[in-house]
Design a binder for this molecule. Structure first.
Ligand code: C2O
Ligand code: CU
Ligand code: CU
Length: 479
């Protein structure tokens, strides 16, 4: 392994300063000396808190303190002392009550990313501010028809989101299926990245990393570096994967094993799809079936080119092409009998067949302003007092999302999932519901959204959290 300093020097010399930051996904080293980055430890999972009798009540305490990261004692942020925080396992129709206790030294709040719940009052209200030493009681009523899938929670206080998420504040939420899928075991895999200094504290990003979107040196699964998963041949596992990285795209591969995608972000496909891997933009999740084949498979994050921050460095984020090892799946022992096929699901409603009641164009761009580089939507930076999009409940809208910059922006809309209907001008002929939709650099994506329920005020933004904090966010009201 090359020393970081030399590798970094090569990057800086060969690719330009900014692109070296944006291209962090292509780096193969893991971290500074002292971290246990050798494979070998069995995967652990966050504490599982399951609803019962139609509800779940939890307290999440956000604080800075001792955590275990990549096998080493560290000092990070966390919910309830764990990195990630506990997994909240719900069923459609449940009531989720969360008391958020802020023991940080900065304001925070809590967002339930992807849940189809009200954005008003003490629901999934992105405008709530919980001051240090205070607490807030959130109350979420999931509808009976809530789509199954994997969701997550994280702070959303504008200006501090990247610092707080990167620092360790995130956890998974699972919404169960109306009809269970037969599997040998389920796993929750929260993928995050982090940079720690020699004393195990979270490093502050450079100004350039803030611009490109910070990527951590350590790539973690459930806070571990390169854990080992074991299975017997023929066993079928369900992996619920969350990309909780602040800016890093995950192009995941697991060679030699059988992969099927049950769903992405929100809901399930009618039938599992055979895939070779999956690309998750920051904020995306995947619900994956892995049928184990004898041998060992390496779960890798392959390089992903998300562009540069402009000027002479634009787009030059190529790398040496190597992937980062996230985990190893060891498949040994006697083979087990195959499980029955997964039952067909009803298809999600196809919004292409419905009347469009409103059309909007949103342009994501980067430019100079306010004394530096600004990330804007329709030429504006975020203003919580301004309403950027006023939609009428009961309508289906079509939004054309244009990326006029030289980097990808993963666009996220709270509450209402988006159906991607065209990418780069080409219509899609499948129903894909997402709550984070990547808009590649210099490209265009068209989505439809059914604003069926939930009056209130909420936000949409780039899920590269540094861009959101910088201003790439807008306000939407539904009435
Ligand atoms: Cu995952 Cu508005 O965020
Ligand atoms: Cu969200
Ligand atoms: Cu962005």
């Amino acid at each position: 392994m090359q020393p970081i300093s030399r590798r970094r020097a090569l990057q800086l010399g060969g690719l330009g300063l900014l692109s070296a930051v944006a291209g962090g996904a292509g780096l193969t080293w893991q971290s500074a000396a002292g971290f246990d980055t050798a494979p070998g430890l069995a995967l652990t999972e966050p504490e599982l808190l399951r609803s019962s009798g139609g509800g779940l009540q939890v307290t999440l305490r956000a604080a800075q303190g001792p955590t275990r990261v990549a096998g080493r004692d560290s000092t990070t942020l966390s919910y309830n002392g764990g990195l990630p925080g506990p997994t909240l396992y719900l069923q459609p129709g449940d009531r989720l009550q969360v008391r958020l206790v802020n023991d940080l030294d900065a304001p925070t709040n809590l967002h339930v990313h992807g849940l189809y719940v009200s954005p008003a009052g003490n629901g999934d209200n992105a405008f709530v501010v919980v001051q240090p030493g205070e607490s807030f009681d959130y109350d979420h009523q999931l509808p009976d028809d809530h789509p199954p899938g994997v969701y997550w929670y994280h702070p959303h206080h504008h200006g501090m989101v990247a610092d707080q998420v990167f620092g360790g504040l995130y956890g998974a939420i699972v919404v169960g299926d109306p009809e269970p899928v037969a599997v040998t075991r389920e796993r929750v895999l929260v993928i995050s990245d982090l940079t720690l200094d020699g004393s195990g504290r979270v490093s502050a990003p450079s100004a350039m990393a803030r611009m490109a979107g910070r990527e951590g040196e350590l790539l973690l699964i459930n806070g571990q570096s390169r854990p080992v998963l074991t299975a017997r041949p023929g066993e079928r596992e369900r992996w619920r994967i969350v990309n909780a990285c602040s800016a890093r795209y995950l192009r995941l591969r697991l060679d030699g094993q059988q992969l099927q995608l049950l769903g992405l972000d929100s809901g399930r496909y009618p039938e599992p799809r055979d895939v070779e891997g999956v690309v998750l933009a920051p904020g995306n999740r995947s619900d994956l079936l892995v049928t184990a084949n004898e041998g060992s498979g390496v779960l890798q994050a392959l390089p992903y080119d998300r562009g540069g921050t402009g000027g002479m460095m634009a787009g030059s984020t190529s790398s040496d092409g190597a992937g980062i090892t996230l985990a190893t799946l060891d498949v040994t022992g006697a083979a087990v009998a195959a499980l029955p096929p997964v039952a067909t699901q009803p298809s999600a409603r196809d919004l292409r067949g419905l009347t469009v009641g409103g059309r909007r164009d949103l342009t994501f761009a980067m430019g100079m302003g306010g004394g530096g580089v600004q990330f804007t939507i329709d030429g504006k930076v975020f203003d919580p007092e301004r309403v950027d999009q006023a939609v009428q409940l009961g309508t289906v809208e079509e939004w054309t999302l244009t990326n006029a910059s030289s980097m990808d922006h993963p666009m996220h809309l709270h509450v209402w999932p988006m159906q991607v209907v065209a990418e780069g001008g080409k219509p899609l002929d499948e129903v894909m519901l997402r709550d984070v939709v990547n808009i590649p650099a210099g490209s265009q994506v068209t989505v439809r959204v059914a604003f069926d329920r939930y009056p209130g005020r909420t936000v949409y933004h780039c899920h590269i959290l540094d861009h959101e904090d910088n201003g790439m966010m807008g306000v939407l009201t539904a009435t």
